[in-house]
Design a protein. Structure first.
Length: 235
């Protein structure tokens, strides 16, 4: 997959920026998706290589349509843009917060993916990577991996929904040769939420896992959920 063209949403900081950096370092053209033009331009300059800023707000259909107009061809779509919200259980969270989080983490992925599908279908090696979360795994949430507290309910349930969409897209797009997978990046030092900000996890380590899925060979998997280290994560 030499000289592929990739788009990473929410790529002006955090894990998204590191994904874009790794793809650019590997010689690929990378569109650095960012809601803010200045931040996107600054990130693209810092990333270097053939990194190109692209104004893109996944919650705004007009913004997504304009981004599609600017990107003539696409091989790789990394749906990285996401928000977390507060550390609240469902009975303490208001409905508007759920809507806001789902607007980015679920509906934004659908809007962006569907808009870029015509370009991906023209690619010889189309790949879609959805940046999910291990906290969205219902198996892990009901097992010993996480405390049974129901915290970050809006965020975690949005990632569970994203996992379901990953499976459905993989099945629907199989005949087009489009591989669709989800990644659990692990807890990383980002500004996603207070828990992430206080961690010591390296975003670049998570980015390496996303890039592996973005550059899967033809016999690679589709419709699966992987951890940053390449091991499978249960749904």
């Amino acid at each position: 997959m030499d000289n592929s063209i990739a788009l990473v949403t929410g790529a002006n900081k955090g894990i998204g920026k590191e994904i874009a950096r790794r793809l650019a370092d590997a010689g690929h053209t990378v569109y650095v998706g960012s809601r803010d033009a200045a931040r996107g331009e600054r990130a693209a300059e810092e990333i270097g290589g053939d990194a190109r800023p692209l104004v893109l707000d996944v919650t705004d259909a007009a913004s997504v349509a304009e981004a599609v107009r600017q990107v003539a061809a696409l091989d790789i779509l990394v749906n990285n843009a996401g928000i977390s919200g507060e550390n609240r259980t469902p009975e303490r969270e208001d409905t508007d917060a759920f809507r806001r989080i789902y607007e980015t983490n679920v509906f934004g992925v659908v809007t962006t993916t569907n808009a870029f599908l015509p370009s991906l279908r023209r690619s010889e090696h189309p790949r879609i990577v959805n940046i999910s979360s291990g906290t969205g795994s219902l198996t892990w949430s009901t097992g010993p991996e996480f405390p049974h507290q129901g915290t970050y309910a809006a965020y975690r349930s949005s990632k569970a929904a994203l996992n379901a969409l990953t499976v459905f897209y993989a099945h629907a797009l199989a005949d087009d040769g489009i591989k669709v997978n989800a990644l659990a990046p692990g807890l990383r030092r980002t500004d996603l939420n207070a828990t992430a900000a206080a961690s010591d996890g390296d975003p670049a380590e998570a980015a390496a896992g996303a890039v592996r899925l973005a550059l899967l060979p033809e016999d690679g998997p589709s419709g699966e959920f992987f951890s940053w280290d390449g091991t499978s994560v249960p749904w």
